[in-house]
Write a protein that binds this ligand. Structure first.
Ligand SMILES: O=P(O)(O)OC[C@H]1O[C@H](OP(=O)(O)OP(=O)(O)O)[C@H](O)[C@@H]1O
Ligand SMILES: Nc1nc2[nH]cnc2c(=O)[nH]1
Ligand SMILES: [Mg+2]
Length: 168
């Protein structure tokens, strides 16, 4: 969840997200070919579908991780489902040849946890914040640490009062 440390909002539309995820695929094309894609759920599911389509990847695995961004549990992560051993064994040493995708990197805790499982995989996110940027090999857009990214699957259309009525 967003909190009051996040002063800036960066809302992303479906259109924009598709463009950015496709730009990520263009960039990743130069680092391939990849043998398979590991998607960090849940946020990585959407960019993974777009990148897999663009790069022709059909071997797709998930690693399910929940991270906590509240004051008490800052940086904590919980692995709910690990990567299948068969997928790790099908890849090169330390996951070489695998592509790991997530929607964003913030503190870097989630990506670091997966990096420990696959040290030689290629890590990619669509968006990145400074604290986590170094864990990621390829990303498209950087936003400041105090920005909260709003994804299209978390938003809906809502009525906007006319400007002359003022803000509530
Ligand atoms: O770099 P970090 O500080 O670890 O934060 C980044 C992670 O946080 C979000 O996932 P979240 O755990 O909120 O769950 P979700 O993907 O299921 O929405 C996002 O999708 C990244 O996976
Ligand atoms: N939606 C969303 N989830 C996050 N998880 C960690 N940082 C963010 C963010 O900026 N936006
Ligand atoms: Mg996530």
């Amino acid at each position: 969840m967003s909190d009051d440390r996040q002063q800036k909002a960066f809302p992303v539309s479906w259109d924009q997200f598709h463009r950015d995820a496709r730009a990520l695929a263009w960039r990743l094309h130069g680092f391939g070919p990849f043998q398979g894609l590991i998607c960090i759920t849940r946020g990585g599911l959407v960019p993974a579908a777009i990148v897999a389509r663009e790069l022709g990847l059909r071997l797709i695995e998930t690693v399910s991780i929940a991270s906590y961004h509240d004051y008490k549990n800052q940086g904590e992560t919980l692995v709910l489902k690990p990567i299948a051993q068969a997928v790790i064994e099908a890849a090169g040493e330390g996951g070489r040849g695998l592509l790991v995708i997530d929607d964003l990197v913030d503190t870097g805790s989630t990506a670091r946890q997966v990096r420990a499982m696959l040290p030689n995989a290629h890590f990619a996110t669509v968006y990145a914040k400074p604290l986590g940027r170094d864990v990621i090999d390829t990303f498209i857009t950087e936003v400041s640490q105090d920005t909260w990214i709003y994804f299209p699957w978390d938003m809906g259309l809502s009525f906007q009062p006319p400007i002359r009525d003022g803000v509530a």
